[in-house]
Design a protein. Structure first.
Length: 579
């Protein structure tokens, strides 16, 4: 007997091939039967009519930071709401394990680092996770059987370094013995099921003490030793972030990335490729590592987002504005001193100059303050300004835009929420995106779901992209769009029997209404441990989601089931050829 039978669905199977109408039967966590409507005669415990609805593989998000959130939110919201059934975590060099039992402050250091570098609530980290592990395998075991999504994790280079080197991991270099211990610790993690290595060399990544995170101090020899270790394990990967990911790679960064993937003989992915027609030289430069990697026997894949991710800013709390060269020194000051400096015209002029300089890289995009929209305000002086564009307010006041923005924020003691409007929402940029998506080493992803919780909301990229493909710009057909969200990332990670609607494969499925699928506006909610805030976005048109054959969501309502699997390298992933 079938567990569930879906009849009359329009099946988009993830291969990119034409859609077709079919009945699909599920049994014991697998897709047991696919046949023309009315041709499955086996009885089923439950049946539903899916006429007019699309049945697709569950979406695979290749870049998340759900490492901690899954403990207090087994449903990985809002990703599950938007049809995501598999998430990849442990990215950017940051993981919650391993922790050294001989260093009792490791957990506290890790929590403070994650709070700073990935924008996670420190209270939620402290109260929402058990922190009852030391080895990476123990961390994976702590999640086993308690998630609604499938989840696989890379090992963060920062955790490896700190485990072996202690506080010297920040600023120091490993001895020969320490490097050997680091490599062995990494082998142990992959033996337990880690997907491979994630690392960062990005100048934007600092720990809770404001110091460069541990992996930023690693030299190429250390990175290559760890990369060679990846080659010894089945179904493993590399993920790396360098400063050039934000704008354009340097020659040295290209050499490093190519050497790493060649040493591992495994794919390496990075994020995020920003596509803007106003900077036409960026995309060709960012794809040079991919071209060179193929010649060297490796593969480098650039992740890019198919939507413009809503992101808010504030002069009162840490956000992307702090990463503009020179701005962190001012925005990190105590509040009274910060306000005084911001009100100084000479200081503002210098900040604007730095924000528009070449060294600001991609953060130059944030310097168009006339395009900012005022979000939540908190003072009587700012009544009526929420939702208005700074340019219009500045014209009324006879001021320049940045001075106007600062005045508004000062009235709120810098608590004002600011929404920068994207500068790359033009037809030429969207056409350049469409062309770039066709490249064999470009893949959709980079949501950062689970991180920067009160600043951005990338998780809904799946539904928003499909809605745009079906009823908006229509840059990609439905079949290809589904493939880009399912089979493409599944094949990059070597997921065994996931990413397609195929008989015998795992029943990770999403059923949606093509007339309605989309994502709602991002909104701030307070539902984290400690009542901490995060941005959320409701899904529209998602009818049902199944993970390993069990329904986890129905009409945007969580069912409470937790059928997800901790996906372990080798057992659940195969080695992806780079040749």
């Amino acid at each position: 007997m079938l567990d569930h039978l879906i009849t009359g669905a329009t099946v988009v199977d993830g291969t990119g091939g034409p859609s077709y109408r079919a009945d699909v039967g599920i049994r014991d966590g697998r897709i047991a039967a696919i046949a023309d409507p009315g041709h499955i005669t086996e009885e089923a415990r439950t049946t539903e009519d899916a006429t007019g609805l699309v049945l697709a593989p569950g979406f695979v998000d290749p870049h998340t930071h759900y490492d901690a959130q899954l403990f207090w939110d087994p449903y990985a919201t809002p990703s599950l709401n938007h049809g995501v059934t598999t998430v990849a975590g442990g990215n950017c060099g940051f993981t919650l394990a391993p922790l050294n039992p001989a260093q009792p402050d490791d957990a506290d250091y890790t929590r403070r680092m994650m709070s700073k570098v990935e924008g996670m609530s420190l209270v939620a980290l402290e109260e929402g996770a058990p922190w009852n592990w030391h080895s990476f395998g123990e961390y994976l075991d702590a999640l086993e059987g308690r998630t609604a999504v499938n989840a696989g994790f890379m090992v963060g280079h920062c955790a490896l370094r700190r485990h072996v080197m202690g506080p010297d991991a920040v600023g120091g270099q490993p001895t020969e013995a320490q490097l050997a211990a680091m490599v062995q610790l990494f082998h142990d993690a992959m033996d337990a099921g880690a997907w491979g290595l994630s690392t960062t060399q990005s100048g934007t990544h600092s720990d809770g003490d404001g110091e460069p995170v541990a992996s930023r101090h690693a030299r190429p020899a250390e990175l290559l030793a760890l990369s060679r270790a990846v080659a010894e394990h089945e179904g493993t990967q590399l993920e790396a972030i360098v400063s050039g990911c934000l704008d354009q790679f340097s020659d040295e960064e290209i050499d490093l990335l190519v050497d790493m993937t060649a040493a591992a003989g495994r794919p390496l992915n990075w994020n995020v490729l920003t596509i803007d027609a106003a900077v036409p030289e960026r995309v060709p430069r960012q794809l040079v590592p991919s071209e060179r990697a193929r010649a060297a026997g490796g593969r480098i894949v650039a992740l890019t987002m198919p939507i413009l991710t809503p992101m808010n800013m504030s002069l009162g709390t840490f956000c992307a504005l702090n990463l503009i060269p020179g701005w962190g020194d001012i925005l990190g000051l105590p509040l009274p001193e910060r306000i005084a400096r911001l009100q100084d015209p000479d200081v503002r002029a210098d900040m604007l100059r730095r924000a528009d300089s070449k060294e600001a890289g991609i953060f130059r995009r944030l310097a168009h303050f006339d395009r900012y929209v005022i979000g939540d305000t908190y003072s009587r002086a700012n009544e009526g300004l929420s939702g208005r564009v700074v340019r219009d307010i500045a014209e009324e006041r006879g001021q320049d835009a940045f001075a106007t923005l600062v005045d508004i924020c000062v009235n709120d003691d810098l608590r004002t929420v600011l929404w920068p409007m994207p500068t790359d929402n033009d037809p030429d940029s969207w056409e350049l995106r469409r062309q770039t998506w066709e490249h064999e080493d470009v893949m959709l992803g980079g949501s950062d779901a689970g991180a920067h919780l009160d600043r951005m909301c990338g998780a809904p990229y799946t539904t928003r992209f499909l809605g745009d493909c079906l009823r908006g710009r229509k840059l990609v057909g439905l079949e290809q769009a589904v493939k880009m969200l399912t089979d493409d990332p599944a094949q990059l990670f070597g997921l065994r029997e996931r990413g397609r609607v195929t008989e015998g494969w795992h029943a990770d499925l999403v059923l949606f209404d093509p007339e309605r699928i989309d994502a709602g506006q991002a909104r701030l909610v307070h539902d984290l441990p400690g009542d901490s805030p995060r941005l959320d976005s409701e899904a529209q048109g998602i009818v049902g989601v199944w993970v390993n054959g069990v329904e986890t969501l129905r009409d945007d309502k969580i069912t409470g089931a937790v059928p997800g699997t901790v996906l372990r390298s080798g057992r659940d992933t195969y080695t992806v050829s780079t040749g």
